[in-house]
Design a protein around this ligand. Structure first.
Ligand code: SF4
Length: 256
């Protein structure tokens, strides 16, 4: 839920979502539409569908309990190396490293020569204390988030400032410019995708293309219509909406 989404937004939806789906079997047996509705306000609706799919696998293959082996976690939908390690460490207390953006930055500064030749996960594992990975990983993440920040790290406050070869030397280099994502009139397509799902969440009946065009202030031009169709087709391919045809007009609704 927190992936690229502010904590304040997730906090509102998190408890509502859990009260609606208190266990994996209730989530697995819900329709995609029910899960998308319950995901309201938390952005990136694809994650809701992945979570539902994950719940189905956990119920079918793991008797309703999330596995604690990293290799098994990695086979679940939407779970990458970071999430797999975070679940293993923070949910199951396993002694494994957790490398997020902040930890990656700290390691790159403290071990600049090592990081070039070794995988960050291997390095993070090699400095992991034998016990207390739960505390260690959180401390490292917090160090990167609050002290070893990207622009001007607060080296004087850092417990590693005597050993760190980058202490007081970090010069901020602006990162790569963000990708020029597809957009319409300066608004990224992903925002329109989210808005369409929000409209369908609030609608009591299927919504037609002319109504969507009107809502977005689009003109009845071929270019605007083609663009909207491509967004709707993408959402349909992702399983986020379904389409029905009534008297030569297409109507859209949440699935299931
Ligand atoms: S000394 Fe400075 S650069 Fe090195 S880890 Fe600490 S905050 Fe980061």
């Amino acid at each position: 839920m927190l992936q690229q989404t502010q904590v304040s937004r997730v906090l509102l939806g998190y408890s509502l979502f859990l009260s609606r789906f208190p266990n994996f079997s209730s989530l697995a047996s819900a329709t995609p539409g029910e899960v998308i509705r319950a995901w309201r306000g938390m952005g990136y609706n694809m994650r809701a569908l992945r979570l539902r799919k994950l719940a189905g696998i956990v119920v079918r293959n793991y008797r309703g309990k999330v596995p604690n082996e990293i290799n098994e976690l990695l086979t679940l939908p939407g779970i990458g190396p970071y999430t797999a390690h975070a679940i293993a460490c923070f949910a199951f207390g396993r002694n494994v490293p957790v490398v997020d953006t902040n930890v990656r930055r700290v390691l790159g500064r403290v071990f600049p020569s090592v990081i070039k030749s070794r995988d960050q996960w291997t390095l993070a594992g090699s400095i992991l204390p034998r016990k207390k990975a739960y505390e260690w990983n959180q401390a490292l993440m917090e160090l990167g988030a609050l002290v070893c920040i990207s622009k001007k790290p607060h080296c004087a406050e850092c417990p590693w400032h005597k050993q760190c070869p980058s202490a007081y030397k970090t010069v901020y280099k602006p990162g790569q410019k963000p990708k020029n994502e597809p957009h319409r009139r300066g608004i990224p397509n992903r925002i329109y995708r989210g808005k369409i799902i929000e409209i369908l969440r609030n609608a009591n009946e299927p919504v037609s293309i002319p109504l969507l065009m009107q809502t977005f202030g689009l003109r009845q031009t071929r270019s605007d219509r083609n663009w909207l169709n491509s967004i709707l087709d993408g959402l349909r391919r992702d399983g986020l909406l379904c389409r029905q045809r009534i008297r030569n007009i297409f109507f859209y609704a949440l699935p299931g």
